[in-house]
Unconditional design. Sequence first.
Length: 73
Amino acid sequence: MEYRAGDVYLRASGTLSADSGKSVFLEERFEKNSSVRTFRWEIPYPCIVRIAEIGAEASQPRSDTDDRDSDAA
């Protein structure tokens, strides 16, 4: 998703968790220090520039060990 905040264009990725009719809510889950954390944010419709769907493997929760596993390969 691309959206604007004032004159700045930003990119966001996550799971579409809700749509209120006035804005969308994105959610991203990740693991840190052996606990799963969730980050959610709201983006109003007028600020949305572009929405695109990505593959399922890109939406999986990311953990600290993912980086170490890829270094070992």
